[in-house]
Design a protein around this ligand. Structure first.
Ligand code: NDP
Length: 239
């Protein structure tokens, strides 16, 4: 059997497609998100599904250790769980900022802190962080979301350098707009409306599987080749 993969945010969008891809390629997969039924409904071969909030380090550790006792050490952690709550900075509820910082930043750190030491000791392993094009440039109403994704880029690049000599890879994937439920959690209806109108100018976002092709490509390079970063967007997405 191939090596164990952990995917957070596996109940929807890019994370779900990532879990399906790795399972189809013969890997045992630990699927993590809060909505257990959706993950279990995928019926992926050699999978374990856990309802865990990625901000809860203890629960993350329990889920990862349980999967490792069945399938061996984690070879790849894909940190995909994320939320995008767009808003005007002077109007946005503080809890929305707080939640984005917790899920998008701390949520990539919990799993990383659990798997990294072992990877360094084994001189192999890969952490793939799903950032965003909003981690490289700013957009209207994206202040804190962009802040969290700039943080994902910075944290990934910093850790990448620090574990490089141990042959461990840290990879950042930064997509433009993708057709998922990400926008649906934004509470400001005007912002959602404007976003959807703008999206028509690029004739819809990427399909999740197009991002997953990048994950597949980056992971399947030899361990001594690190695709440090991929930025992918619809050709018509100018920004
Ligand atoms: P979706 O909304 O479709 O999926 C988000 C996933 O994150 C869900 O599985 C959700 O599961 C999970 N999640 C959210 N909060 C938590 C939490 N506290 N604990 C555990 N899981 C959580 O969005 P996408 O697939 O689009 O988003 C995936 C990643 O891609 C995100 O990091 C996003 O920022 C990034 N991205 C997306 C783009 C897009 O346009 N769609 C563009 C660029 C980057 P559940 O609710 O069941 O917990």
């Amino acid at each position: 059997m191939k090596k164990l993969i952990v995917v957070t945010g596996a109940s929807s969008g890019i994370g779900m497609e990532t879990a399906k891809m790795f399972s189809k390629n013969g890997h045992p997969v630990l699927l993590i998100s809060r909505r257990l039924e959706i993950m279990e409904g995928l019926n992926l071969k050699n999978s374990i599904c856990k309802s865990v909030d990625v901000t809860n380090r203890e629960e993350m550790e329990k889920a990862i250790k349980e999967s490792e006792s069945k399938y061996g050490k984690v070879d790849c952690l894909v940190n995909c769980a994320g939320i995008m709550l767009l808003g005007h900075p002077e109007k946005q509820d503080y809890t929305e900022w707080d939640n984005m910082i917790d899920v998008n930043i701390k949520g990539i750190l919990t799993g990383t802190s659990i798997v990294l030491k072992d990877m360094v000791e084994r001189n192999e392993g890969t952490v793939i962080n799903i950032s965003s094009i909003a981690g490289r440039k700013t957009f209207d109403n994206h202040a804190v979301y962009c802040g969290t994704k700039f943080a994902v880029h910075a944290i990934s690049e910093n850790i990448r350098k620090e574990v490089a000599s141990s042959n461990v890879r840290v990879i950042t994937i930064a997509p433009g707009v993708v057709e998922t439920s990400l926008l649906s959690h934004t509470t400001d209806e005007n912002i959602k409306h404007d976003y959807n109108q703008w999206k028509e100018t690029i004739e819809s976002g990427l399909e999740a599987r197009q991002v997953v092709n990048c994950i597949d490509f980056a992971y399947n390079q030899p361990q001594d080749v690190c695709i440090r970063e991929i930025v992918i967007a619809k050709t018509k997405q100018e920004d």
